[in-house]
Design a protein around this ligand. Structure first.
Ligand code: ADP
Ligand code: MG
Length: 631
């Protein structure tokens, strides 16, 4: 039986809707209670009301708007937790003891207002993140014989045949067998324009099928599929946020007692010296309230997390908030060429004049058929174009080895066969003429040059202005580090505006270059291949291409799911402006606190002003953090 889409996903919708409705009800209740509390508080300002009634009204205001705060605060006091609830509760109790009820009410009302708006802001930020993570389908339509059965996505195996109807999400990474449709890829790439897919094309989980039914073959199980990996990454990023929070908890273990002791000192020493007790207790309370670090504790992780969220929307998945700073600070960026600046879809442009072209390709195909390198695909495509049978071409290869940065090596029918760049020829002492086509990839059989192919590559979509775009946002050194020949490297470099080129590099040499650049500036490295993974691990911030090899994605700090290097200037700009917001929040919070502290101890700031400053600063910084979503 086929899965009815409305039924499958409709269920989740109603569940979400119920939750949302409950949240709204809750919020409405909060607002009504708050308004009642404010009205009761305002009544106390009417002069003719007797003092006793006023006190009753104050208490009512405190209870209505502050009972949650007090519950939490009193609990915290017993647990020696230094949070804003604790401070506010101490401040309110102390103010009441001093007979300053109006002040106590103001503290509670201001504090609740701040909390309320903060909640709204944080919730809004979570909603943004949810839309990113919302790319999993629970079930898929799987063919069992001629029947279509609904199965959980986790049960799909490589090679299974699945049906994807219009309106459904692609459940796992797969390859279209039949059908034609448009896909909405915006969740992965941020690109709003739908793309058309047909037979033979790979489709990634997390994209939605818009127009036609597709039959496809599963090429990756759910846990290895794009959607699942993105979801894991987003959670990984959240866990890293957890680390910041842990730090803050540790920090407050020292901070709390220090502040408490200082506050005690500020009130007790003057009293022991015979000064006015009420004045100095009030000043100590101002000090206590003002030293609450909540604006920093709330707004900074929020800003980092918002930034990670926005970057995912733009196609870059960052594995944790701790990497953002390096991305923002980088002044040097290094690119790999093949598969990074170029699309990785190579086309054979020229083939050397060989006696037996079929035998030539038989060697190439046998060596490359297990490789993930773009060259391997170009050879398969050529074979398809020539309508040769792959089974006829495939020969047994012994001691096959892919030498990163050089090429392939193996033994076919007792002969040593090499296929790769000029460096590979040199390494195995294969002699060649001086007029060798420098742009080629060469085949040597039994120690002799046999033939070569020249590959045509294209730069990625809209990458023509990459250099200009990067320079505009303050990246002053833009470099290509490639294992390919200088001739090919220069050709591609010119197409993106002419950047610094280092060619014919081995993986080790790529690493040395990046280490050298790191001495000057923070360095971003963008790459895709096996030969890039040492560099990806070394750079200050590393980006692996979404289409890149698994090992590259595992090592890098981030994955450019969209593969659109043209968006990098915009992505770096987002990181930069997020860091600006974070620095502003820190400095602004600390400065205001300092001013209030000084005013408080000098006796110029009442408690409510300290609360106002605290709530106000928290609000401003939180809203400032949320602003990242608007950029
Ligand atoms: P980069 O991505 O750094 O530009 P590559 O990983 O493509 O460089 O490797 C550099 C060069 O080594 C290629 O241009 C090619 O000539 C050769 N090479 C690497 N891997 C292979 C392979 N599997 N088959 C043939 N040649 C290869
Ligand atoms: Mg590469």
């Amino acid at each position: 039986m086929a899965c009815n889409h409305e039924h499958c996903t409709g269920h989740h919708h109603t569940k979400d809707e119920i939750e949302e409705r409950e949240e709204k009800e809750e919020r409405k209740k909060e607002v009504i209670l708050y308004v009642i509390a404010v009205v009761i508080f305002l009544v106390t300002f009417i002069p003719i009301i007797p003092e006793g009634v006023k006190i009753a009204f104050y208490v009512l205001t405190l209870v209505i708007s502050g009972y949650e705060l007090f519950l939490e605060g009193i609990k915290n006091i017993f647990h020696f937790k230094f949070e804003e609830d604790t401070l506010m509760t101490i401040a309110v109790i102390a103010a009441c003891c001093l007979g300053d009820f109006r002040e106590a009410c103001l503290v509670v009302l201001l504090f609740s207002l701040g909390e309320f708006i903060e909640d709204l802001a944080v919730e809004k930020s979570n909603k943004h993140i949810e839309t990113i993570v919302d790319m999993k389908t629970e079930t898929a339509n799987c063919y069992k014989g001629n029947e279509v059965v609904v199965v959980p996505v986790e049960e799909l195996k490589v090679g299974d045949k699945i049906l994807i109807k219009p309106g459904e999400m692609i459940p796992v990474d797969s390859k279209v067998l039949s059908g034609k449709s448009q896909l909405d890829t915006s969740r992965l790439t941020g690109e709003s324009e739908p793309i058309t897919v047909t037979e033979g094309q790979e489709i990634l989980s997390g994209n939605s099928n818009l127009s036609g039914s597709l039959t496809a073959e599963v090429i990756k199980e759910y846990k290895d599929s794009t959607a699942s990996q993105i979801i894991d990454l987003v959670y990984e990023a959240t866990n890293n946020k957890g680390k910041t929070e842990k730090f803050i908890t540790k920090f407050s273990r020292i901070y709390t007692p220090t502040v408490m002791i200082l506050a005690l000192a500020i009130s007790l020493i003057p009293i022991l010296l015979g000064l006015d007790a009420k004045t100095w207790i009030t000043r100590a309370l101002v000090f206590l309230v003002a030293s609450c670090p909540c604006s920093i504790v709330i707004s900074i992780p929020l800003a980092f997390f918002s930034c990670v969220g926005v970057l995912s929307k733009k196609g870059l998945l960052v594995k944790g908030t701790k990497h953002i700073e390096a991305l923002a600070k980088a002044k040097t960026i290094c690119f790999d060429k093949t598969g990074t600046i170029t699309t990785g879809k190579m086309v054979i442009d020229e083939v050397s004049k060989n006696e037996d072209r079929k035998e030539f390709f038989s060697y190439l195909y046998s060596l490359e058929h297990l490789s993930n390198h773009p060259i391997a695909t170009s050879i398969e495509n050529e074979i398809q174009k020539q309508e040769w049978k792959k089974e006829e071409l495939l020969q047994q290869v012994l001691q096959q080895e892919e030498i990163a940065g050089y090429g392939m090596k193996g033994i076919i029918q007792g002969k040593q066969v090499l296929f790769g760049n000029q460096k590979l020829l040199d390494r195995y002492h294969i002699s060649y003429e001086d007029d060798l086509n420098k742009k080629g990839v060469y085949l040597a059989v039994d120690g002799k040059l046999y033939g070569y192919i020249v590959l045509k590559e294209e730069i990625r979509n809209k990458a023509e202005n990459l250099k200009a775009g990067l320079e505009k946002i303050g990246i002053h050194k833009i470099v290509m580090l490639t294992g390919d020949s200088l001739e090919k490297a220069e050709e591609i470099s010119q197409k993106i505006g002419g950047i610094e080129v280092y060619a014919s590099l081995l993986p080790k040499e790529k690493l040395e270059k990046v280490e050298e650049f790191k001495e000057q500036d923070k360095v971003i490295f963008v790459g895709d291949g096996i030969n890039d993974s040492p560099v990806l691990a070394t750079a200050d911030f590393s980006i692996s291409m979404g289409e890149g090899t698994q090992i590259a994605s595992n090592t890098a700090d981030s994955i450019l799911i969209s593969n659109q290097i043209a968006t990098l200037p915009n992505i770096i700009k987002t990181a930069k402006s997020s860091m600006k917001i974070i620095y502003f929040n820190m400095i602004f919070s600390l400065l205001t606190k300092l001013i209030v502290l000084i005013l408080g101890i000098a006796g110029y700031a009442p408690i409510w002003l300290a609360v106002f400053a605290d709530v106000g600063v928290t609000l401003i910084t939180v809203l400032n953090s949320i602003r990242i979503y608007r950029k």
